[in-house]
Design a protein around this ligand. Structure first.
Ligand code: TMP
Length: 208
């Protein structure tokens, strides 16, 4: 199974992905916990180009292609081999982030990003995508308290963040069978519980 976590800045994905991986390991499942951009040495090198520096460092198309290049490497080196070994792969961000950030946020549009995503993934889609939804202001406030220099996207304008939140919600509406929207404004335990329930209901109950 291939599960992805999505959402805007400060939605709590890193905490929740660790919780989800622990929950699945508790069920005796073999889990690869990974992230995008990154998750393989080459993809992590590309990540460094994307998450720091001036907000206008790349044109939107260059940025979409860099994320896609990182994804191609991550899929080939990490995700596909793990799935082939029967592992459960839980990934912090995937193609929906490109659609939300570059497609909606930067305005490249749904059609072009869908075409690009299709080219890179060759049709591999998550079995389940958990979209952690949070009002923009609360997310940016939370993200601002994190240490580190990986803040290039956090520094993009408020309008950009509103567009990408709408983008994630539009994705969820368009693909309700694949996507579950999780209210990320709640406390960590409540969010972890909602995620475990969604995974249980959609991927585990009745299938084991
Ligand atoms: P992270 O902070 O969740 O690790 O992700 C790094 C940043 O990269 C985050 O601000 C969202 C952004 N991003 C995109 O803009 N497009 C993409 O396709 C992906 C995977 C991430």
């Amino acid at each position: 199974m291939f599960i992805t976590l999505e959402g805007g800045e400060g939605a709590g994905k890193s905490t929740q992905i660790a919780r989800l991986a622990a929950f699945l390991r508790g069920l005796d499942l073999d889990v690869l916990e990974t992230r995008e951009p990154g998750g393989a040495p080459g993809a992590e090198a590309i990540r460094a180009l994307l998450v720091s520096g001036d907000t206008g460092r790349w044109t939107p198309m260059t940025e979409a292609l860099l994320h896609s290049a990182a994804r191609a490497d991550h899929l080939a080196r990490s995700v596909r081999p793990a799935l082939a070994e029967g592992k459960w792969v839980v990934c912090d961000r995937f193609t929906d982030s490109t659609l939300a950030y570059q497609g909606y946020g930067h305005g490249l549009g749904v059609e072009r990003i869908n075409a690009l995503n299709e080219l890179v993934t060759e049709g591999l889609r998550p079995d389940l995508t958990l979209i952690l939804d949070l009002p923009v202001e609360a997310g940016l406030r939370r993200a601002g308290t994190r240490p580190g220099a990986e803040d290039r996207y956090e520094r993009m304008g408020r309008d950009f963040h509103e567009r990408l939140r709408e983008g994630f919600l539009a994705i969820a509406r368009a693909e309700p069978n694949r996507c579950a929207v999780i209210d990320a404004a709640a406390d960590v335990e409540t969010v972890a519980g909602a995620i475990a329930r969604a995974v249980n209901e959609r991927l585990i109950a009745g299938k084991t």
